[in-house]
Design a protein around this ligand. Structure first.
Ligand code: COA
Length: 164
């Protein structure tokens, strides 16, 4: 199936926020509480925040379409001098069709073009589907972190890296 990758523009933001919500509710049920999902969605997918992200030259937001249907998106940024995959979300109905792999290949090309030797990401230690996917994409666990994100919530993550 043809997979088309395009930058996320301000006009796409409502659709991206809705896609993020559907994907988070599916992916994180059983991993973090519903209260934490709602808290993190409000923090990260507020339209004003997403619009600011699209305008930041040190952030890259791209979406993938499969047969013309919006399947998912990725967001990257520079973090501590490293190129970081900050978000990768494929709608539950569109998973395992190669959109995640296509987005990873696309952002890895951006990182390589800018001279970064690799890329990193953080993934919840219990997110087995994502851990399998990242291993498939060539990432390895480098570290683990527990981050206090306020309101009594934490993120309990592995840091993974992939060298080009
Ligand atoms: C993890 C995710 C980004 C992978 O993207 P994708 O487009 O679904 O996956 P791809 O088609 O590129 O396949 C890559 C690998 O992912 C794994 N995978 C994807 N969906 C899977 C599923 N439903 N069950 C088991 N493994 C799965 C497989 O290992 C697959 O490789 P394989 O088919 O050769 O075995 C996507 O499934 C997703 O958005 N999941 C929910 C949100 C999430 O956890 N995001 C990551 C946050 S850090």
């Amino acid at each position: 199936m043809p997979i088309d990758i395009r930058p996320i523009a301000p006009a796409d933001i409502p659709a991206i926020a809705a896609l993020a919500r559907a994907t988070w509710l599916d992916a994180y049920a059983g991993i973090i509480s519903r209260a934490q999902i709602d808290y993190m969605l409000a923090q990260r997918y507020d339209p004003a925040q997403l619009k600011a992200d699209t305008e930041n030259p040190e952030k890259w937001l791209h979406q993938a379409f499969i047969d013309g249907i919006r399947a998912g998106f990725a967001a990257c940024e520079i973090c501590g001098g490293e190129f970081k995959l900050d978000k990768l979300y494929i709608h539950p109905d569109m998973q395992r069709k190669g959109a995640g792999a296509a987005l990873i290949a696309h952002v890895a090309a951006i990182a390589r073009d800018r001279g970064y030797p690799g890329m990193i990401l953080a993934v919840n230690k219990k997110n087995e589907q994502a851990l399998r996917a990242y291993a498939r994409y060539g990432f390895q666990v480098r570290d683990k972190t527990v981050t206090d994100i306020g309101n009594g919530f934490i993120m309990d993550d592995y840091i993974m890296e992939k060298h080009f």
